[in-house]
Design a protein around this ligand. Sequence first.
Ligand SMILES: Cc1cc2nc3c(=O)[nH]c(=O)nc-3n(C[C@H](O)[C@H](O)[C@H](O)COP(=O)(O)OP(=O)(O)OC[C@H]3O[C@@H](n4cnc5c(N)ncnc54)[C@H](O)[C@@H]3O)c2cc1C
Length: 465
Amino acid sequence: MAKNQYDVVVIGTGPGGEGAAMQAVKHGLKVAVVERFAKIGGGCTHWGTIPSKALRFAIFQMLEINSSRVFREAGISADVSFPDLRKTAESVIRQQEDMRRGFYERNNVPIYSGHARFVDPHTLEVGEAKGAQERVTADNLVIAVGSRPYRPPDIDFSHPRIFDSDTILNLGFTPWSITVYGAGVVGCEYASMFRNLGCKLNLVNTRNQLLEFLDDEICDALSYHLREKGALIRHGEQYEKIEGTDDGVILSLKSNKQLKTDILLWANGRTGNTDNLGLETIGIQPDSRGQLKVDDRYATSVPHIYAVGDVIGYPSLASAAYVQGRAAALHIAGDDCARLLANDIPTGIYTSPEISSVGKTERELTAAGVPYEVGHAQFKSLARAQITGQTVGMLKILFHRESRAVLGVHCFGANASEIIHIGQAILAQPPPNNTLMYFINTTFNYPTMAEAYRVAALNGYNRLF
Ligand SMILES: Cc1cc2nc3c(=O)[nH]c(=O)nc-3n(C[C@H](O)[C@H](O)[C@H](O)COP(=O)(O)OP(=O)(O)OC[C@H]3O[C@@H](n4cnc5c(N)ncnc54)[C@H](O)[C@@H]3O)c2cc1C
């Protein structure tokens, strides 16, 4: 095979690209990746998942010190600025980047540096617009270019007090107050972080419920706990004007309300990074949000060109992007990708309280007329939660009244995103191994949070008649 000729070329080294490249190389294919950012790992590592989760952890640590009676009585408190808290992410990012670069090096996957553009359906031109260009060709290509915050033209993002989820990481001071516009996953996560930092918070939701794709009880719990901590939440609002001033940002809403805070975080929507990709030359048309349509094998309308990760839209999670990348590579290699369960993806949302869920919601089961029952466990009744003081939370299991098959698991509270995987493992089993009885007949370590499964299962079982 010629030097710049490959079986598979992947554009982007985020989780989607990495999943595709590593799976393809494990199948003996000749693989290369193209990356325009100076570092490996994608938005996930450098301006999305990793920095935001590291920042969240640092804020939690500070909160824990400041709310602990033991520390207070010892005269210990912490007052760390936003930029210093943010810096704690740097070593994690470095470790992640080194590790991920190592994957490509160890597997002899060359990394072409520069922006990739299609010049024909099998050829990419790689390089800077005015710099040297290199051509790579491949039998199959995977587009894993990710997404970026959507920026409406009438908002001045160059104003030093107006931020989006990428630029907020460069905030140089701890604000006294913040308005978060947009209450999707990113908006709710940052709202929780700033509230935990002690900032006065307005969360402006363009919809009528927070995170309405979740089970209603979980949406309600998030609203309740954010409000209980002092957040002001406005539902069903649209901005009229966003105006940066010397000492703050004024948000004027179409409903004639006005809010003024030190800074504003715009967290309303994302756009796929499909511009300047040369898609028009190969007949692929992104939608109005720059996203690509794919079939169940992640192939675009051009069968040898695949797309995975944020560029195909929902669920726009790193976890999903990685599995989608692997599924696309398996398909290229002629393997069966159905077993990857790429469609059965749990949600992990790092708000306060943390949220996680897998499977059907009560709303979906009710609409489908499924005879289901529900079992609850409140964290406050678990010994482990009482010991750690993390008593806010609940686990609920939805199961079929007759077969007792687990249909959905929904959780909020400390470590919800870890706890959910126990339920996911049972939910994914073929019948008859997918029932509530597993939780009733299994010995759980004591005291653990996992014990919530036994408590919830018994609670649900006792409702049957
Ligand atoms: C604030 C925030 C918090 C998040 N938290 C979580 C979380 O907790 N859990 C979770 O699962 N998900 C989370 N996400 C979502 C997650 O980051 C994304 O779903 C994930 O990064 C998508 O992976 P990807 O591979 O599609 O794209 P990315 O990770 O964005 O990678 C795309 C890569 O493609 C490169 N690229 C783009 N265009 C080109 C081109 N033309 N040529 C060459 N290279 C190109 C980019 O430089 C980038 O490196 C979060 C996102 C944000 C913004």
